[in-house]
Design a protein around this ligand. Structure first.
Ligand code: FAD
Length: 151
């Protein structure tokens, strides 16, 4: 079966609830795992940028649900393509908060350090997600080592 990668940008619907992003993540991790979907969700309090990868039918179905989710708006498809291999096979849904720690990566891919995924071209969005996810992994690994050392 064909495997695809889908990347979209959207805007958080303010007032949909303080725990909404956590709720979205909890449901996503479960549902993506059940459907063999992997990917990354980036968020900066205003915009979402998400990459989903997996079987074409599964990704399309999940995306249809995402598009009609009232917790965000202005969903714009940035990239959709057939792939031979996954970029994020370890993550049913990794979450990356875009903050001051990741500002240098935002600046690398944009004219300012303000995160605006709507301005990203397809290849750019994917490269950005890949780099920011790798940074997140390095951070988690450093945190894990520090924790081990302090035990
Ligand atoms: P239900 O929970 O019954 O959903 C039915 C419909 O209601 C869906 O269209 C859903 O979009 C909408 N909905 C559900 N909860 C709420 C709510 N609290 N407020 C408003 N509308 C709601 N799901 C995944 O499985 N994988 C993902 O990677 C993923 N990423 C997401 C990223 C973002 C930015 C957002 C906003 C949502 C994401 N979701 C993801 C959630 C997805 O939209 C569905 O809520 C989820 O898949 C469950 O849908 P369902 O039809 O099985 O169940």
């Amino acid at each position: 079966m064909s495997m695809v990668k889908l990347v979209y940008a959207s805007t958080f619907e303010k007032g949909s609830g303080p725990n909404d992003v956590q709720n979205i993540l909890n449901v996503s991790k479960e549902k993506n795992k059940d459907n063999n979907i992997t990917g990354v969700l980036c968020f900066n309090h205003r915009y979402f940028l998400q990459c989903l990868e997996g079987g074409r039918d599964e990704v399309n179905k999940i995306y249809n649900g995402i598009v009609s989710d009232a917790r965000h708006k202005e969903v714009v498809l940035l990239d959709y393509e057939l792939i031979d291999e996954r970029l994020f096979s370890n993550w049913s849904m990794s979450f990356v908060r875009i903050d001051e720690l990741t500002q240098h990566i935002v600046l690398k891919y944009g004219t300012t350090s303000n995160f605006n995924p709507y301005e990203m071209l397809p290849g750019m969005a994917c490269a950005f997600i890949k780099e920011i996810a790798a940074e997140r992994l390095r951070f988690l690994e450093a945190e894990r080592k520090l924790h081990q050392k302090n035990e």
